[in-house]
Design a protein around this ligand. Structure first.
Ligand SMILES: [Zn+2]
Length: 385
């Protein structure tokens, strides 16, 4: 077992391992070689950007280059290594205060004598002022400091910071790699692992949820019934409403407890004593937090709907493959007979139009269109074909 075992289907690993060797040689008085002070890991959602960054961080800190078992490797994995800081955010944006706390830490000499590493997950959520606060440290880092930023694409990072980073691009991991990983790490049977890997379309976190969580599988199955249930107007409107309701339930599951905890913590931080006397600034701060929480809830709902639409899109892609007579493995191999029935009931041109309708709905939702109206319009278009 090594720290790289958690990385699924990425071809960049051998290159990073060479860098780890160069970095170790540098610590022994050699040259930097391929080692550098600022890294940007990019890749589609679910490809494992932060997983790669953490594995790389662990490998750099490990005297054996990432054995996976020594105390250093264990500490990095547990998030307790004194020389590896993780900046994660549940919010819409990384707060400038979070960055200001980090910068002095990044300037420290490593307590264990190797590297001082700061991992910024979701670096695309750095606002302009937060990015400014980070810039100097990324531009001129102390000799042993390493920044690792993660973002969907390099363009998500302000150019001043991006230009300082070595960009390492991850890919959507191949199904076979995801399936093998699930079977080994989650202990699920081969059939379940293969189903989850295909159905997730290479999103490792989603694949894990599909492989291990009945509710997630259930919700996906409901979504996939949608294209089969568009016979009349009523059904179309119901289908749209179901998608929105499911997304709301997702958001409740994700946000309710989190929101409450954050307000609680803020009140504590602002010193609401047991006497219940409220400092004047408290109400404003709580309002501001609640505004951000509302935005987050909206985003979680939108992400949930988008995931459902990606599933619907994959179903129509399967239908199209069958209609065109392309011999290929389907994303929805597990329901091939139903997909085949749908394929034989229509023509490829209509399927293409339906796929366009789903893509148009995704775009509209990303541009903040009202979810229910957008999905109703989509369902009606799907019915017309
Ligand atoms: Zn180790």
């Amino acid at each position: 077992m090594t720290v790289w075992d958690a990385v699924v289907g990425q071809t960049v690993v051998p290159g990073l391992q060479r860098t780890v060797a160069d970095a170790a040689a540098y610590l022994d008085g050699g040259r930097l070689g391929s080692m550098t002070h600022a890294w940007l890991f990019t890749g589609p959602p679910g490809s494992g950007r932060s997983v790669v960054a953490r594995a790389f961080a662990a490998a750099l800190q490990c005297p054996q280059g990432g054995c996976g078992t020594c105390s250093s490797c264990v500490e990095v994995r547990a998030g307790t290594h004194p020389d590896v800081a993780n900046l994660v955010t549940e919010g819409l944006n990384i707060r400038i205060g979070q960055v200001r706390d980090l910068v002095p830490r990044a300037a420290l000499r490593p307590a264990r004598g190797r590297w001082q590493i700061v991992v910024v997950e979701d670096a695309d959520r750095l606002g302009e002022d937060a990015a400014d606060a980070l810039l100097l440290s990324v531009e001129e880092p102390p000799e042993r400091t390493v920044w690792m930023l993660c973002a969907p694409t390099a363009e998500d990072i302000v150019p001043t910071i991006r230009s300082r980073c070595r960009v390492t691009q991850l890919r959507t991991p191949p199904y076979a790699d995801v399936a093998r990983y699930l079977a080994e790490s989650e202990g699920v049977d081969v059939a379940t692992a293969e189903f989850a890997a295909r159905a997730s379309q290479g999103h490792v976190g989603r694949a894990r949820a599909l492989a291990t969580d009945d509710d997630v599988r259930q919700r996906r199955a409901e979504v996939l019934r949608l294209p089969f249930n568009l016979a009349d107007l009523r059904q179309c409107l119901d289908a749209a409403a179901t998608l929105v309701d499911t997304a709301k339930a997702d958001a409740e599951r994700h946000c309710d407890a989190l929101d409450e905890r954050e307000v609680e913590e803020l009140r504590k931080a602002l010193g609401a004593g047991s006497t219940g006397r409220k400092p004047r600034s408290m109400e404003g701060a709580v309002k501001e937090l609640e505004r951000e929480q509302k935005l987050r809830r909206t985003r979680v709902q939108r992400d949930s709907i988008d995931r459902a639409l990606v599933d619907v899109l994959a179903l129509y892609r399967d239908v199209l493959m069958l209609q065109l007579g392309v011999r290929t493995e389907l994303v929805n191999e597990d329901i091939r007979p139903s997909v085949d029935r749908l394929a034989r009931s229509g023509r490829a041109e209509a399927t293409l139009r339906r796929m366009e309708a789903v893509m148009a709905a995704r775009e509209a939702l990303q541009a903040n269109a009202a979810p229910l109206l957008t999905l109703e319009a989509m369902a009606l278009t799907l019915r017309e074909g």
